[in-house]
Design a protein around this ligand. Structure first.
Ligand code: SF4
Length: 326
């Protein structure tokens, strides 16, 4: 070995991986299985990670696309991304035993959406049209909500500039991209109400800040996360916007060794729905490729924990997450 050669290094972001909302949602499915026994039905992927979904499937969770697929009266868990009032009403009509794993921060956005419409404003919801969270929030007032995905969408809105409007965001967006869209809304609308607090969640913000720090020091950034995970995708965008090559990696089997060519320092992080074991598997593989040094790149401390609601005797079609703190 040539001891004069610089050793190849991994910079590992902290915080990374599971956020409080994901932790709580997974724990709720596990508790539902323990209390009610298998099968427990889960509407949509409980969180956007295939590894987590498969782990719960092995324990007896049965994933469905719609509450219509759940047998009448059976236990049905709503995912961390939240659901529309129409889904709640349908679950209620079908007498499902609902356990609501909506992240409390998503539930807060739903509450804010209801307030916007009560104040007789049109809601401009910044988010991805086809994402489950946006679908649920828009469902609070579909006739008064317009989804805005880009700055150009703001220009294309066919509404008067003096219409009373308000904006809210999906919780997992890119902070920087969203700021650009909000600036355009402020430029255009004369009566724009802004949310009382930021609706991009702490976990998305912290993971994006971590990526900015990695991108400044690494030749390549790898974000462990599933293709359908919005917050993981945004982390890749943030690295690329900073001018650093970046890839999303659902798990180590997707690693393309050509990415590593010429890299001396690789930044690694993971999305909010990613179990740590997937990161560990990547780190092991990188060691095999000579990335033997590991340094932690810490940009903030996370100590957020969301309390669990009572599951025994869970209210049918109830709005449990609205009452939770966090
Ligand atoms: S990413 Fe944010 S909004 Fe989504 S579950 Fe985690 S804390 Fe909640």
């Amino acid at each position: 070995m040539d001891f004069n050669l610089p050793r190849k290094k991994v910079l590992l972001a902290e915080p990374r991986g599971f956020c409080a909302g994901v932790d709580r949602a997974i724990a709720m499915v596990e508790r539902a299985l323990a209390v009610h026994g298998a099968p427990v039905y889960v509407r949509k992927e409980i969180v956007h990670n295939h590894h987590v979904v498969n782990m719960l499937r092995r324990k007896g969770a049965h994933f469905v696309d719609s509450e219509d697929e759940v047998p009448e009266g059976a236990v049905c868990v709503f995912s961390a991304h939240g659901v529309s009032p129409a889904v709640r009403a349908n679950a209620d009509a079908r007498r499902l035993d609902v356990i609501d794993a909506t992240c409390p921060l998503v539930a807060k956005v739903h509450q804010a959406a209801r307030r916007v419409v009560r104040d007789d404003r049109t809601l401009l919801l910044i988010g991805h049209n086809d994402h489950e969270e946006t679908e649920g929030t828009r469902g609070e007032a579909p006739e008064k909500t317009i989804v805005v995905e880009t700055v150009e969408d703001v220009d294309r809105l066919e509404i008067d500039d003096d219409l009373p409007v308000a904006y809210l965001t999906q919780t997992t967006l890119s902070v920087d991209e969203t700021a650009g869209i909000v600036d355009r809304l402020r430029d255009r609308f004369t009566d724009l109400a802004v949310p009382a607090s930021d609706t991009i969640c702490y976990a998305s913000q912290n993971r994006q800040n971590g990526i900015k720090s990695l991108a400044g020091k690494a030749d390549l950034v790898i974000v462990v996360g599933s293709e359908n995970s919005s917050n993981s995708q945004r982390m890749v965008d943030v690295a690329r916007d900073a001018g650093t090559a970046a890839h999303l990696l659902p798990d180590v089997s997707y690693l393309d060794e050509s990415w590593l060519t010429g890299a001396e320092t690789i930044g690694v992080s993971s999305g909010a729905s990613v179990p740590e074991v997937l990161v560990e598997q990547l780190l092991d593989r990188l060691v095999e490729h000579g990335f033997a040094d590991l340094e932690i790149e810490s940009t903030s401390k996370e100590d957020v924990v969301f309390s669990m609601p009572q599951l025994a005797g869970a209210k049918r079609g109830g709005h449990g997450a609205d009452q939770l703190g966090g």
